[in-house]
Ligand binder design. Structure first.
Ligand code: PEP
Ligand code: MG
Length: 913
C-alpha cells in the first residue's frame, strides 16, 4: 500500500515499487523527487532512496544548519536504514559500504542549482571492503577519485581560481594523461587512480585548509547543506530572476543508493528523450557510454554514443565517421545491448504515456541490470514544443485544452526568429561541423568567456564546454558553440531550454582561452571575429551569413486555429504601415488596435512639411503646410485599409510633443532656415519656444489637437477620404476607428469629437458618399480612468494606453525610468518592470475601474488595450479577466497574445466548473 505521509514529515522514501510521495507533490518534493516516487509507484526500477522536502530548505534559510540537522536527523537515519536493507549494504561500513548520491531538485528543473554528488560514503577505510566485494580495484579507485572531485567542486567550492584556468582537478588529470601519454580516463591504471586521489586530497587541504572529510555522515550533511545553500547561490538567483521563480519555493534534496554504470563492459549509463527535443519529431533518441558514470555523458570528455541505430547512423554522417568505424567503435545501445535497449524502450513508452508528455530520462545499466534514475518533462525548443503538443493531441494523449495549456506563449517567439537565407548559406564557407544541438541561425562575434558575452551587440559564445556558471552569458549571446559534448551536454540542454541556437561537440575546434583564439586546421580566429552557426545542421560558418524570415510549420497554423476556438478576446496589432499590418495579418491579427500616425511624419520626404507646419506663425501658414501633408497621410491610410481588408483599424491622432519634430543641431537648423527661407534666429527661437521641462506631461496628445484644431481636421479628413477611396477603388468597406489620445477631461474629448464629426460631414458632402466610422479615446491618464463614466457616455470605444497609464500612475517617466528600474528590480522593490508586465495591483485597479465605469454609462462599450502589455501573457490574462474585447500588440507578439488569450479563457472555464 502506498501511504501519503504526515505533512509534518521532512523525509519521503521511495524504492521497491512503492513510495511515500507521488507526482502531484512537486511543490513539496521537487520535480525530481516527485517523479522518482511516481516511477517507483508505477513499477519502474529506480534505485531506492528518499527526498528531503523543499519545506526543510525554507526552514534552513530561516533557522540555519544546526537546527535543521537536529530536526531531520532521526528521519534521515531511518530512511538510510531502509536503503541499507534493500541494497544489503551499510552506510559507513568498512567491509560492505553503501554508497549514495545526493542531488538537488526544485519544483522546476533549474540548471543553476547544485549538481549531483556521486559515490558519497567512500573513504580510505571502506575502499578495501568495496574492492573485496566487487573484486574490481580499478572501479573502486575510480569511484573514489570521482567522488573527491565532485564533492570538492560542488560542496567544498573548489573551482578554477581564474576564468582562464581549467578546473583544478581536470588540470591534474590532464597532466597525468600527458605524463602517461594516454587520451582517455579509461586507460588509467589503478596506480594512476591512486595517485590522482592523493593529488586531489593535497589540493583540497591546500585550498580549504582542512583534510577531505572522512566520516560518511559528515560527507552526507555537507552535501545536504550545500544543496540548500545552492538555492541562494548566484547562478540559481539569476535563473530564478530570469524565470520569476519566488525565493520561498526552496529546493528538495534527493538521496539515493548508487548504481554503477562503470562496473565494466556490461555496464553503461545514458540520457534519453522520448521525442526529439530540437524538432519535436516522435523519435526515441539519446546518448550513452559504456563503463561510465552519468556525468561522463554530459561532461563531454568522452564522445557519447547514440541509443538507437538510426540515430547512430545520422550522428556518424554528421561527424563524418564511416559506417565501419561507427559500428566498430561507436555502436548504438540497440546494437550493443539489444536486451537492455528493449527494456529501456518499453520504459520510455510507459513513462511518456503515463506523463502524457515528452520525457527526458537518465538511466544506468549495472552489470546487466537496468535502472532508471530520473524522468522529467523534457526541455525543448519552441518548434518542438508546438510539434509535440499537436502530435500528442492527434495521438489522443491530450485534449485540445491541454494542448493549448502546454504552450509557453513566450517560447513561440523563437519560431519567429530569422533563419539563414539559403542562397547566402550556399555561398558561405563551412569552417567546422558539430552536432545540431539546438536549432536556429545565429551570427555574431566570437567571445570566449560567458561574462564577456555582452562585449559585442551580437556575440557567439565559443567554449570547450559550458557549465552552470555560464548561464547568464549563454542567455546574452546570440548562439553557443562548444568543442566538446554531445546532444545532451550542458550547453545543448540549456540552449534548447532557452531557445538559443547551439552547435555542440565540434571537435575540430581548438580553443585557447589564454590567447583568446579559436584554431581550426591552420586558420586562427580571434576574439571579435564574426562567425555564424546553424543549430539545425551543426555547421559553423565563416563571417556574417545573411538571414531571412522563417517559414512556419503546419502544426503552428493548427495551433493558432485552435486558439480561436477557445479565446474570447480578439487579438489586434499595433501597426503604422501596410508592411507591419500584413505581417500581423499573417499571424492572424483581427484588426489594428493602434496606428501611431506620428510615425508617418518622421519619414524624410514628410518631415519638411511637418516642420513647416510647426514653424508657421499663423493659422493660415499652418493650414498651408497641412495641405501638403494631407495627401501623404491619406496615402498611408489607404495602404493600411487595403492591407486590413475590412478589419477594424484604430487610428490615433497625433500624440507626441512638437519639439520632437524640429532639429536641435545647429547644422540642421541652418539647413531648415535655408529651405524655408526664414532666418536661423527665427528657427532657433521657435525651437526654444517648443522646449519643455517635462515633454511627457507637456504639450502632446489631444492638447495639440485642441490648441491646433487644424491638425485634427487634416488627420480626420485624411482618414475619411482614404476610407472612401478604398471603398470606391477596391470595394473594401473599411472600419476606421478614430482615437483621441491623452484625454483627461471629457471636454477635451468632446472638442476633438466635434472637429472629427464636422470634418467627416464635410467630406461626405463633397464626395456624395459615406462610410461608417467611430470615435473613441485612449484611457492613459489616471483622471480619465477615474471619470470613465463621463467620457464613455460620448465615446464609441476605450483603448487602454498602459504605457502612459503606467508612467503616470507610478510617476515614473518612461524616458528616465531606465536609470533606477534595474536597481529597483535587483533590490526587490519591484518584482517586474511595470513597463513590460502590467502592474495588476496598482495600474490594474485603474484599468478595472475605467472598464467598469465606462460600461456602466455605456453598456456594450468596446474596450481594448494597446500599450506594450497587450502582448505579454500575464497581462493578456488580466485583460481577459477584466472583460476586454481585444488586446493589441506588435506584429510578432500576435501569436503569443493569441495563445495567452485562449489560455486565459480555458483557465477561467476550469474555475467555473
Ligand atoms: C500607451 O501610452 O500605452 C500607448 C499605446 O501610447 P504611446 O506608447 O504611443 O504613448
Ligand atoms: Mg500613450
Amino acid at each position: 500500500m502506498d501511504t501519503i505521509k504526515d505533512r509534518t514529515m521532512s523525509v519521503y522514501k521511495f524504492g521497491n515499487k512503492k513510495a511515500d510521495g507521488r507526482k502531484e507533490l512537486k511543490n513539496l518534493l521537487g520535480g525530481k523527487g516527485a517523479n522518482l516516487a511516481e516511477m517507483s509507484r508505477i513499477g519502474i526500477p529506480v534505485p531506492p532512496g528518499f527526498t528531503i522536502t523543499t519545506e526543510v530548505c525554507t526552514q534552513f534559510n530561516q533557522e540555519g544548519k544546526k537546527a535543521i540537522i537536529d530536526r531531520i536527523e532521526s528521519e534521515v537515519r531511518e530512511a538510510i536504514a531502509e536503503i541499507e536493507e534493500t541494497m544489503g549494504a551499510h552506510f559507513g561500513d568498512d567491509e560492505n559500504p553503501l554508497l549514495i548520491s545526493v542531488r538537488s531538485g526544485a519544483r522546476v528543473s533549474m540548471p543553476g542549482m547544485m549538481d549531483t554528488v556521486l559515490n558519497l560514503g567512500l573513504n580510505e577505510e571502506s575502499i578495501a571492503g568495496l574492492v573485496e566485494k566487487t573484486g574490481n580495484e580499478r572501479f573502486v579507485w575510480d569511484s573514489y577519485r570521482r567522488f573527491i572531485q565532485m564533492y570538492s567542486g560542488v560542496v567544498l567550492g573548489l573551482k578554477p581560481e581564474n576564468k582562464e584556468d581549467l578546473d583544478p582537478f581536470e588540470e591534474i588529470i590532464d597532466h597525468l594523461k600527458e605524463k602517461r601519454n594516454i587520451d582517455l580516463d579509461t586507460h588509467f591504471t589503478v596506480q594512476d587512480l591512486k595517485d590522482l586521489v592523493y593529488d586531489f586530497k593535497d589540493i583540497v587541504k591546500k585550498r580549504t585548509g582542512k583534510p577531505f572529510p572522512k566520516d560518511p555522515w559528515d560527507q552526507l550533511w555537507g552535501a545536504v547543506i550545500a544543496v540548500f545553500e545552492s538555492w541562494n547561490g548566484d547562478r540559481a538567483l539569476y535563473y530564478r530572476k530570469m524565470h520569476g521563480y519566488p525565493e520561498d519555493w526552496g529546493t528538495a534534496v534527493n538521496v539515493q543508493a548508487m548504481v554503477f554504470g562503470n562496473m565494466g563492459e556490461d555496464s553503461a549509463t545514458g540520457v534519453c528523450f522520448t521525442r526529439d527535443a530540437g524538432t519535436g519529431e516522435n523519435k526515441f533518441n539519446g546518448e550513452y557510454l559504456v563503463n561510465a558514470q552519468g556525468e561522463d555523458v554530459v561532461a563531454g570528455v568522452r564522445t557519447p554514443q547514440q541509443i538507437t541505430k538510426t540515430g547512430s547512423r545520422r550522428w556518424a554522417e554528421l561527424a563524418q565517421i564511416s559506417e565501419e568505424d561507427r559500428a566498430e567503435n561507436y555502436p548504438s545501445l540497440e546494437e550493443l545491448m539489444p536486451e537492455m535497449y528493449k527494456e529501456l524502450f518499453g520504459y520510455q513508452r510507459t513513462l511518456e504515456d503515463h506523463y502524457r508528455d515528452m520525457q527526458d530520462m537518465e538511466f544506468t545499466i549495472q552489470q546487466g541490470k537496468l535502472w532508471i534514475l530520473q524522468t522529467r518533462n523534457g526541455k525543448r525548443t519552441g518548434a518542438a514544443m508546438v510539434k509535440i503538443a499537436m502530435d500528442l493531441l492527434s495521438e489522443g494523449l491530450i485534449d485540445e485544452k491541454a494542448t493549448i495549456e502546454r504552450i509557453d506563449p513566450i517560447k513561440l517567439d523563437e519560431l519567429l526568429h530569422p533563419v539563414f537565407d539559403p542562397k547566402a548559406l550556399m555561398e558561405a564557407t563551412v569552417i567546422a561541423q558539430g552536432l545540431p544541438a539546438s536549432p536556429g541561425a545565429a551570427t555574431g562575434k566570437i567571445v570566449f568567456f560567458a561574462d564577456e558575452a555582452a562585449k559585442y551587440k551580437f556575440s557567439i559564445l565559443v567554449r570547450i564546454e559550458t557549465s552552470p556558471e555560464d548561464l547568464e552569458g549563454m542567455n546574452i549571446a546570440r548562439g553557443i558553440v562548444t568543442a566538446r559534448g554531445g546532444m545532451t551536454s550542458h550547453a545543448a540542454v540549456v540552449a534548447r531550454g532557452m531557445g538559443k541556437c547551439c552547435v555542440s561537440g565540434a571537435g575540430a575546434l581548438k580553443i585557447n582561452y589564454k590567447a583568446r583564439t579559436l584554431t581550426v586546421g591552420d586558420h586562427v580566429y580571434q576574439e571579435g571575429d564574426w562567425i555564424s552557426i546553424n543549430g539545425s545542421t551543426g555547421n559553423i560558418l565563416e563571417g556574417k551569413v545573411a538571414t531571412k524570415e522563417p517559414e512556419l510549420s503546419g502544426e503552428f497554423g493548427q495551433l493558432m486555429a485552435l486558439t480561436d476556438k477557445y479565446a474570447r478576446m480578439q487579438v489586434r496589432t499595433n501597426a503604422d504601415n501596410p508592411k507591419d499590418a500584413l505581417i500581423a495579418r499573417g499571424f492572424g491579427a483581427k484588426g489594428i488596435g493602434l496606428t501611431r500616425t506620428e510615425h508617418m511624419f518622421f519619414e524624410v520626404d514628410r518631415i519638411k512639411a511637418m516642420r513647416e507646419m510647426i514653424l508657421a506663425d499663423t493659422v493660415k501658414g499652418r493650414k498651408q503646410a497641412l495641405r501638403e501633408l494631407l495627401p501623404m497621410q491619406r496615402g498611408d491610410f489607404e495602404g493600411i485599409f487595403e492591407a486590413m481588408e475590412g478589419f477594424p483599424v484604430t487610428i490615433r491622432l497625433l500624440d507626441p510633443p512638437l519639439h520632437e519634430f524640429v532639429p536641435h543641431q545647429l547644422a540642421t537648423q541652418r539647413e531648415l532656415a535655408e529651405e524655408l527661407h526664414i532666418s536661423l534666429a527665427n528657427v532657433k527661437q521657435k525651437v526654444a519656444e517648443l522646449e519643455e521641462f517635462n515633454p511627457m506631461m507637456g504639450h502632446r496628445g489631444c492638447r495639440l489637437g485642441n490648441t491646433y484644431p487644424e491638425i485634427t481636421e487634416m488627420q480626420a479628413r485624411a482618414i475619411i477620404e482614404a476610407a472612401l477611396n478604398v471603398k470606391k477603388n477596391k470595394g473594401i468597406e473599411s472600419q476606421p476607428e478614430i482615437m483621441v489620445p491623452l484625454v483627461g477631461t471629457v471636454e477635451e474629448f468632446l472638442l476633438q469629437k466635434s472637429i472629427i464629426q464636422q470634418t467627416a460631414e464635410e467630406v461626405f458632402n463633397e464626395r456624395k458618399d459615406k462610410i461608417s466610422y467611430s470615435i473613441g479615446t485612449m484611457i492613459e491618464i489616471p483622471r480619465a480612468a477615474l471619470l470613465a463614466d463621463k467620457i464613455a457616455g460620448h465615446a464609441d470605444f476605450f483603448s487602454f494606453g498602459t504605457n502612459d497609464l503606467t508612467q503616470m500612475t507610478f510617476g515614473y517617466s518612461r524616458d528616465d525610468a531606465g536609470k533606477f528600474l534595474s536597481v529597483y528590480l535587483e533590490k526587490g522593490i519591484l518584482k517586474e518592470d511595470p513597463f513590460e508586465v502590467l502592474d495588476q495591483e496598482g495600474v490594474g485597479q485603474l484599468v478595472i475601474m475605467g472598464t467598469e465605469l465606462g460600461r456602466q454609462a455605456h453598456p456594450g462599450l468596446k474596450v481594448g488595450i494597446c500599450g506594450e502589455h497587450g502582448g505579454e501573457p500575464s497581462s493578456v490574462e488580466f485583460c481577459h479577466r477584466v472583460g476586454m474585447n481585444y488586446v493589441s500588440c506588435s506584429p510578432y507578439r500576435v501569436p503569443i497574445a493569441r495563445v495567452a488569450a485562449a489560455q486565459a479563457a480555458i483557465k477561467e472555464s476550469a474555475l467555473m466548473v
